[in-house]
Design a binder for this molecule. Structure first.
Ligand SMILES: [Zn+2]
Ligand SMILES: [Zn+2]
Length: 368
């Protein structure tokens, strides 16, 4: 079948929206989804900085959501044609961590999601000249009208929900909310520091507020700090003098948890100093350089760890987040601005320049 997709052909050039051909129907365990909307995530844009690691040309996009239009059946597939689904990261389902309920730490996470996918046929998706496009990004490649993916990556959602807006629940919002609800399991009276009030950070703020915790958010954009305040956080600008002391004062002696979305070494050091004894700092962003910690930052039982995809089992966390949204306590839709898929380059610009928290690209609908 032929459909339109945004193709990244070089690490420097804009995306080109062009016709592509999918040459295979869903195999057993796979589904074909008509994409209603796909969020743009930092990991999509980071491909431009990781030349050589992500093969090109490729169709990126890993926050897709839409409607199932075909399935290949198979014993594990409970998802059927017409179901509304949110797509998330891929995992093998049979390694130690997958079996232990931690698919974000799947032994094959990198190869399945970042470096080529599980498809045996590298020419499943081709451009009009017949040239193969890189295999499925995060198992889905959903900056497109359609995506072919393992049913394992898809989570069925209530068809009454606005499916075109739900894609970011599969990655960015899942990452922030999952760190708060799964990793830290914050509850009433807990204190959380959030560094960086982008999509991940603001989802963390919303989830912490919904859970009854006190949150302090730190960012350098006044507009993003205003959003953090709107969702219940106390806000401090980056560069405030004595940041750790100010945070300790606001949190009655130090935050119990901190979530860093910035990978900025100075802020990571400040965050550790703002933690109470035995407090935990979680990192979600990849560190660009070696991280050096000031003396004293890890004293008194403080710890630091990486958190991938909010420690989530997507089929458990996504319904929890849509439930919170329906009760008015996780208003993630307010962070979204929609763009036609054809305007993907404008969406990227607005995202990198901080004019939008979460762009969601809407492909043109086809009619069957
Ligand atoms: Zn992502
Ligand atoms: Zn696995």
């Amino acid at each position: 079948m032929r459909f339109r997709a945004a193709v990244l052909r070089s690490y420097q050039d804009p995306f080109t929206v062009e016709e592509v051909t999918l040459r295979t129907a869903p195999a057993a365990g796979e589904i074909l989804v008509e994409i209603a909307g796909c969020g743009m995530c930092r990991t999509d844009l980071a491909v431009r900085r990781s030349a050589g690691r992500s093969p090109l040309p490729a169709v990126l996009g890993h926050e897709g959501a839409g409607v199932v239009v075909a399935t290949g059946g198979g014993p594990d597939t409970t998802i059927g044609v017409g179901d509304h689904v949110v797509l998330s990261f891929d995992s093998c389902g049979h390694c130690h961590n997958c079996l232990g309920g931690a698919p974000a730490y799947c032994d094959s996470f990198a190869s399945l999601n970042l470096f080529g996918g599980r498809t045996e046929d590298p020419a499943a998706l081709t451009d009009t000249a017949g040239r193969a496009l890189a295999p499925r990004w995060f198992g889905q490649s959903s900056f497109a009208q359609y995506a072919l993916l393992p049913a394992r990556n898809a989570v069925r959602v209530d068809p009454a929900l606005p499916v075109e807006l739900l894609g970011p629940l599969g990655c960015g919002f899942l990452t922030g909310a999952g760190a708060v609800l799964n990793t830290f399991a914050v509850g009433p009276g807990d204190t959380l520091l959030v560094l960086g009030a982008g999509g991940v950070g603001l989802a963390a703020v919303m989830a912490a507020t919904a859970a009854g915790a006190l949150t302090v958010a730190v960012d350098r954009h006044p507009g993003r700090l205003a959003l953090a305040e709107r969702y219940g956080a106390l806000a401090l600008p980056v560069g405030s003098t004595g940041l750790p002391e100010r945070i300790r004062k606001l949190t009655d002696g130090g935050a119990r948890y901190a979530l860093d979305t910035t990978a900025a070494p100075a802020l990571i050091n400040d965050a550790l100093l703002a933690l109470r004894p035995t407090g935990s700092l979680g990192l979600v962003a990849r560190l660009p350089t070696a991280l050096s910690l000031e003396p004293g930052t890890l004293d008194r039982g403080r710890c630091i760890r990486h958190i991938c995809a909010g420690d989530a089992v997507p089929s458990l966390l996504i319904p929890r987040l849509t439930g919170l949204w329906q009760s008015g306590r996780f208003p993630f839709d307010e962070l979204i601005r929609t763009y036609p898929l054809a305007d993907i380059n404008e969406a990227e610009r607005d995202c990198t320049e901080g004019r939008v928290v979460k762009p969601v690209l809407i492909p043109e609908r086809t009619h069957h």
